[in-house]
Design a binder for this molecule. Structure first.
Ligand SMILES: [Fe+2]
Ligand SMILES: [Fe+2]
Length: 291
């Protein structure tokens, strides 16, 4: 299904223009899906499936991350002057809160112990939003592939996997919204402020890359040595847990395929995330298939 607002007629939009902002807000607001985490009927699991689920290393970290992301995004609505785009950011904050509620509901239902972290209060609204957004661009890309592999391998029962499909789709919308928002934000600055904005984005991306390299190194020394980064560790190593046939090469291939498939659903005039798929494409070409 294609989701294209029919009343925005030109075939291209200039980044930051009124048309681009309207397209951005409309795409996001119109594709919001209603569901209530507290009303989900969780499927019964066999003992082995339950052990697999409770043994995943990232529950506490996932709850903490959603706490940070949801409060960061909700607060970031205040920095956006365009009322429609602001409404879209506020809705994204609600969707992130719903992810936190979904995790709370799942962990309560299956008896996975987690501690609710204190509510995160962002201070530097724009920097925090940029940091969270670029982080999502990394994590979501890998999540798309891991999710597809989990679905295809039967690692988890289909009834459980399907509950998380709307979350995956929300993450597609979040990163698509984010890269277009960054383009809007930059192009609305006076020309002399744009280099500094680009440099700030580059610094934040490097910070995100560095944190992932750090976790990859920690993994090289032995699995799960750094509990504070266990969710990131999982996105880097989960393919190994999904079965013997899943190599890094196949993971990259699946991530690229899923990223393209999921992004294709949305208006072609919106900019696409390029950095992470670009790096993954290079790695995919360079890596031998057996790795
Ligand atoms: Fe989320
Ligand atoms: Fe998100």
């Amino acid at each position: 299904m294609s989701v294209i607002p029919a009343d925005i007629e030109s075939s291209t939009v200039r980044p930051g223009s009124a048309g681009h902002r309207r397209l951005l807000a409309r795409f996001f607001l119109d594709t919001h899906v209603e569901y209530v985490p507290e009303r989900i009927a969780w499927p019964a699991l066999t003992e082995a499936e339950l052990a697999r689920l409770t043994g995943l290393p990232f529950w506490q970290e996932a709850v903490s991350t959603e706490n940070v992301t949801s409060n960061t995004v909700a607060a970031a609505a205040d920095i956006e002057p365009d009322p429609q785009v602001r409404a879209a950011i506020a809705l994204q904050g609600l969707e992130e809160q719903r992810h936190a509620r979904l995790l709370t509901a799942l962990t309560a239902h299956y008896g996975i112990p987690i501690e609710q972290p204190p509510r995160f209060a962002p201070r530097a609204l724009e920097d925090d939003f940029l940091f969270a957004g670029f982080g999502e661009c990394f994590d979501s890309f890998f999540a798309f592939g891991l999710f597809a592999l989990a679905r295809e391998s039967g690692y988890f029962p289909a009834g459980l996997v399907s509950i998380f499909e709307p979350v995956m789709e929300e993450e597609v919308r979040h990163i698509l919204f984010f890269v277009n928002w960054v383009a809007c934000r930059r192009s609305r600055l006076p020309w002399w402020k744009r280099p500094a904005f680009r440099a700030r984005c580059a610094r934040i991306i490097l910070k995100q890359v560095a944190s992932r390299v750090k976790t990859a190194r920690a993994l090289g020394k032995g699995p799960r040595q750094e509990p504070a980064h266990s969710a990131e560790n999982f996105t880097l190593t989960a393919h190994q847990e999904l079965g013997a046939g899943v190599t890094l090469h196949r993971l990259l291939q699946t991530c690229l395929r899923e990223n393209d498939r999921r992004m294709a659903r949305y208006d072609a005039r919106l900019q696409r995330p390029r950095l992470v798929p670009g790096i993954a494409r290079v790695l995919y070409r360079l890596l031998p298939a057996g790795i």
